[in-house]
Design a protein around this ligand. Structure first.
Ligand code: FPP
Length: 250
């Protein structure tokens, strides 16, 4: 395993490991089709990749991993495919309930959980409660489920408007920090690195507010084939970037 934390640049300065990495887990369908398998087999393999990459992130010292598991648009897929993805999530949550404490993993969900099946919602609630009792310093995985960046912003705006109507907030006090507190990602730093495998070069409604200064890494590798070496390459690419946040190079 590469020790990404100890990496030094040419001037001998320690290069920062991203605290928060976000991934669009894309290419499951194509991976399966290439092998003559049903698309659902691609999602099954994708769920395994998620387990491996989450463990690797935890091991190298990344604090947050956010993955796009199911978008607000993914309901357009066949009932069979939607059912398969929900089934994989259910299986993962059932395992998580038993293993989070032992493995030092906190788990959170981003997205509107209202249309999610009650059984899966109850499991998400259970993992949420376990996470509440685990130390903040633990590695945290955020799973985006029925998530859309625009929808997240709209839900935040609605809640802020409701708080104003209730006299708890005043419109003129709203700033970026306060608005961030109305999002699913409240309390979590923005992702420094966003990865999209499978050769697609778009954001697809992922973390629209949080990506303002993220670095992007695209690779042709399909998500089920994505591995630790590929993550190391993405982190190395991030570490080679010159991040100026609108300023000039010192
Ligand atoms: C995108 O690939 C992938 C999805 C819409 C589903 C991702 C879900 C999982 C990996 C399973 C559950 C997750 C966890 C966290 C256990 P695609 O189907 O759009 O691929 P394609 O573009 O090749 O068709």
């Amino acid at each position: 395993m590469a020790n990404m934390q100890d990496k030094k640049d040419t001037a001998g300065q320690a290069v920062r490991l991203p605290r928060h990495i976000a991934i669009i887990m894309d290419g499951n369908g194509r991976w399966a089709t290439k092998r003559g398998l049903p698309r659902t087999a691609g999602h099954k393999a994708g769920a395994e990749t998620f387990r491996r990459i989450a463990t690797y992130c935890k091991d190298i010292g990344v604090k947050y991993l956010t993955v796009y598991a199911f978008s607000t648009e993914n309901w357009k897929r066949s009932t069979e495919e939607v059912g398969a993805i929900m089934g994989l999530l259910k299986r993962y949550l059932l395992e998580a309930v038993d293993s989070m404490e032992r493995d030092h993993i906190r788990l959170r969900f981003f997205g509107d959980m209202t249309p999610i099946a009650p059984e899966l919602r109850a499991l998400a609630h259970a993992t949420d409660e376990i996470s509440d009792h685990l130390p903040e310093g633990y590695f945290q995985a955020n799973v985006c489920l029925n998530y859309g960046g625009r929808d997240e912003i709209l839900r935040g705006v609605r809640q802020f408007a409701a708080d104003c109507a209730a006299g708890k907030r005043r419109p003129e006090e709203l700033d970026e920090a306060m608005f961030s507190g109305y999002l699913d990602s409240r309390g979590i730093p923005d992702p420094e690195l966003i990865i999209r495998p499978s050769g697609e070069l778009r954001l697809s409604n992922f973390l629209l507010w949080q990506c303002a200064y993220s670095e992007f890494y695209f690779t042709d590798v399909l998500w089920p084939d994505f591995d630790a070496a590929e993550l190391d390459r993405a982190i190395a690419a991030y570490q080679a970037r010159d991040r100026r946040f609108g300023g000039v190079k010192k």
